[in-house]
Design a protein around this ligand. Structure first.
Ligand SMILES: Cc1cc2nc3c(=O)[nH]c(=O)nc-3n(C[C@H](O)[C@H](O)[C@H](O)COP(=O)(O)OP(=O)(O)OC[C@H]3O[C@@H](n4cnc5c(N)ncnc54)[C@H](O)[C@@H]3O)c2cc1C
Ligand code: SF4
Length: 326
């Protein structure tokens, strides 16, 4: 691990200004992934800006404005909060299916959304990797790609997005509030926040220099109240998703009034599937309709040698997730 400086900041202005002044600086929330990455020499940072004293806490729900979660709330606190469990079960379930209890007690909501991919080549500096060292190559294209993406990839990168939470949030139209070094804030839909890899897989999101995630907001809706996260993985716990599905339904008199669907473990970004949602609206609840809708989710899939199984697995996971809340 390389030497670095550390400061603890008392205001968001101090945090964003310090980050904007040093291109090699990083905010540290729970540190559960950042420190790993620094120890493994995947990223080097000259300065860690500890944001834990900032007033970025709070979990509140309101019929008009929806759910608001401070960026420094811990994953466990949000996952277990009654407002989230009752009004937004897909968020609670995605959090409680993530990592381990110890990690969830430490890890923050903002940090979760900015965690790096688990692609093994990215994590092992003995290999080239376009995301880690732009232009060096992508051994995953023909190498061990079993866990990698079948949607949204490019010849330069097929790394999956690792966050379970992001899949649930994307399904529910969540937004991020971001504060800039000038002290201004902007609100960005999470769906537009992440970037596809294209020719620049090292650029993962639209965070501007120095910007800090302040809060996450999620609209209140009937499909949020009746929602679910289903995660399929190699082990029953403490493992990333091979495939996951975040779904929501508003059903009245047996007919679907609105639907929400997103997939994890298959896309280079949390993968919302609007074609599935559109297909279901106005149709009666039935297994056949869920299966037909799920087939639309993977029409664009471009699997590599070892991850073809994800095409079928994504459809069955999505279908099962819908059936479990229908
Ligand atoms: C063994 C293991 C298993 C795991 N399993 C899962 C899993 O199954 N599912 C899953 O989703 N996750 C999993 N994780 C990842 C875990 O959820 C993340 O490590 C955690 O959420 C990161 O949060 P943190 O606060 O510790 O982030 P940090 O490590 O502090 O920071 C992560 C990144 O976010 C940036 N950052 C932090 N807060 C902010 C902010 N407010 N604004 C701007 N930038 C910010 C940091 O600069 C850094 O780049 C696992 C991690 C480990 C180590
Ligand atoms: S898939 Fe992306 S992260 Fe993995 S080796 Fe290729 S460029 Fe690197």
């Amino acid at each position: 691990m390389n030497n670095f400086s550390y400061i603890q900041v008392a205001s968001t202005k101090e945090a964003t200004t310090a980050k904007a002044a040093d291109k090699q600086a990083a905010f540290i929330g729970g540190g559960t992934t950042l420190i790993d990455i620094m120890k493994s020499d995947i990223e080097q940072h000259s300065l860690l800006i500890d944001i834990n004293k900032l007033a970025l806490l709070g979990i509140a729900d309101d019929a008009a404005t929806g759910l608001r979660i401070g960026a420094l709330e811990r994953m466990s606190a949000v996952g277990e909060h009654p407002l989230v469990v009752q009004g937004y079960p897909v968020i609670s379930e995605s959090l409680l299916a993530s990592a381990s209890p110890q990690l969830r007690n430490m890890a923050s909501m903002g940090g979760n959304l900015l965690q790096k991919t688990r692609c093994g080549y990215y994590r092992d500096v003995a290999f080239p990797c376009n995301k880690r060292v732009p232009g060096s190559g992508c051994p995953a294209q023909t190498g061990d790609n079993r866990t990698l993406a079948i949607l949204g990839g490019s010849p330069n990168c097929i790394a999956t997005h690792a966050s379970d939470l992001a899949v649930a949030l994307v399904a529910l139209d969540a937004k991020l509030t971001l504060e800039s070094p000038k002290g201004t804030t902007r609100v960005v839909p999470l769906l537009d926040f992440y970037k596809l890899p294209g020719a620049t897989p090292q650029l993962e999101n639209h965070l501007a220099p120095g910007e800090l995630i302040i809060a996450i907001t999620v609209p209140a809706a009937a499909h949020a109240r009746r929602s679910h996260y289903l995660k399929v993985r190699d082990r029953a716990s403490y493992a990333y998703a091979l495939v996951s599905a975040a779904v929501g339904l508003d059903v009245q008199n047996g007919v679907i009034k609105s639907a929400r669907a997103a997939l994890g473990g298959v896309g280079t970004v949390p993968w919302r599937v609007p074609a599935v949602e559109k297909y279901l609206v106005g149709k009666p609840v039935s297994e056949d309709n869920f299966r037909a809708a799920a087939a639309l989710a993977v029409r664009e899939a471009a699997p590599r040698e070892h991850n073809k199984f994800k095409i079928e697995l994504a459809q069955s996971t999505l279908t099962r997730a819908f059936l479990e809340i229908a």
